[in-house]
Write a protein that binds this ligand. Sequence first.
Ligand SMILES: *[C@@H]1O[C@H](CO)[C@@H](O)[C@H](O)[C@H]1NC(C)=O
Ligand SMILES: *[C@@H]1O[C@H](CO)[C@@H](O)[C@H](O)[C@H]1NC(C)=O
Ligand SMILES: *[C@@H]1O[C@H](CO)[C@@H](O)[C@H](O)[C@H]1NC(C)=O
Length: 494
Amino acid sequence: MNLLTRNRPTARPWPTRKQPSYRSPLIYLTLLFSLLFFFSYFFSLTPNSLLSNKTSISDSPKCPSLGGGKFLWYAPHSGFSNQLSEFKNAVLMAAILNRTLVVPPVLDHHAVALGSCPKFRVLSANEIRISVWDHIVELIRSGRYVSMADIVDVSSLVSSSLVRVIDFRVFISLWCNVNEDFACYNELDKHASLLERLKQCGSLLSGLNGDVKCLYAVNEDCRTTVWTYQSGNLDGALDSFQPDEQLKKKKKISYVRKRRDVYNTLGPGSEAESATVLAFGSLFTLPYKRSELYIDIHDAPRDQGIKTLIEKIEFLPFAPEILSAGKKFAYGTIKTPFLCAQLRLLDGQFKNHWKATFLKFKQTVDALMQGPLPIHIFVMTDLPKNNWTGSYLGELVRDSRQFKLFFLKERDELIIQTAKRIVDAGHGLKFGTVPKKHDGTGQIEKDCPPGLPDVLLYIEQTVCSCASLGFVGTAGSTIADIIESMRKFGACSS
Ligand SMILES: *[C@@H]1O[C@H](CO)[C@@H](O)[C@H](O)[C@H]1NC(C)=O
Ligand SMILES: *[C@@H]1O[C@H](CO)[C@@H](O)[C@H](O)[C@H]1NC(C)=O
Ligand SMILES: *[C@@H]1O[C@H](CO)[C@@H](O)[C@H](O)[C@H]1NC(C)=O
């Protein structure tokens, strides 16, 4: 049962260190799996004739049932913006390696955290794959499963044939050979054997056991590798950013990070190539000290298809349901031109930057005071309304002659209705048909009412993309980055 314990979402942004209370179930899990791993390793050393049938997990997935296809899986984590950037990297990797991308769900905010790449203190690829698996089973169990492809519109990517995708649920129903009520989310608890099957399956997909032909687990991570593609003869070269001497002395860190061409390492001719599933750990990267933490692919000089794809994934729009909800609020409720303020005040590092955040906001508002009054402002913030008093937001609320404030709440009808429409549309499930014995999709569309996904953030971002008086965001917030890019690409006018 511990496998299914939900990791408590923490309010910490990547890449800070996790709380000890968060860590303890993980350590337990890790121990458990290390033990499992140890045993499977032990057995693999003993003569096959004695033990080969004992070590294989009963009902282990049969790779051939996946119709000869090749797939790519990875472990998304942290907040939505990070998950989205990982998703884009996954699309890129899948295209380069000519594999079908298994599209994951959106994970709860910080339900899974990686750690800190610059400090070389991260979960191993196996650990993060296990955490992600456990959290996904929890999402299914609690009826909150929503696919990344439900939220982000990938239809143009797919129709351009630049990449092939399959929904995680469709994939897993084949891979785990789960053909009973998989999607009947709230029924899952009643089927102990089904849960058991999923658990076994998870350890396989996480690369803890099983054979390489079936699944190749990429264990390289940001401590050892920066993935490149067609970047000249740098394959195998040391990355420019190495752990410095101080870090080495203090923390005994001696990692050596190399730049490696992902196609040469995991593509044709490699050991990984023949595996049905290639499973990465985190695919998160970030520019850091004139290098990239994990993936440094910004061009593909000799591959026009990948070049096009890189341009295309720079901006992936939200699903039409989300866009139309955001526009409805902007044009139907706020109506007049407005300013959007995105104020991240509580989460992690942002707690210490209230002054700077509010100063920038106030300066923007002051500049608008020259124009017609009142100024309409849409506010998206993690600071609860009750706490606005005493801050600049409180001042604005009090001065209702000069300012008219708008905001959205989780329980608003618009948010709930949009969540329902997202569930009904089920965009994610439209992707991925593979030759199969039983019809997995048919099972998934069974009539079991799921819970509602949390779509507030995406709608808020869309409203902000429509703010014609301007946008003021929180410095360093990835949410602000997404809004800026939506505004740049004219998401509101499309
Ligand atoms: C393993 O099981 C298969 C069938 O389930 C059988 O044909 C084979 O002989 C077994 N191998 C050993 C080493 O027991
Ligand atoms: C990519 O994979 C597809 C499907 O497996 C296959 O038909 C195609 O030939 C592959 N392309 C290349 C360039 O290997
Ligand atoms: C918000 O207000 C509540 C009481 O209404 C208080 O307990 C809490 O500490 C406040 N939070 C912040 C960040 O000011």
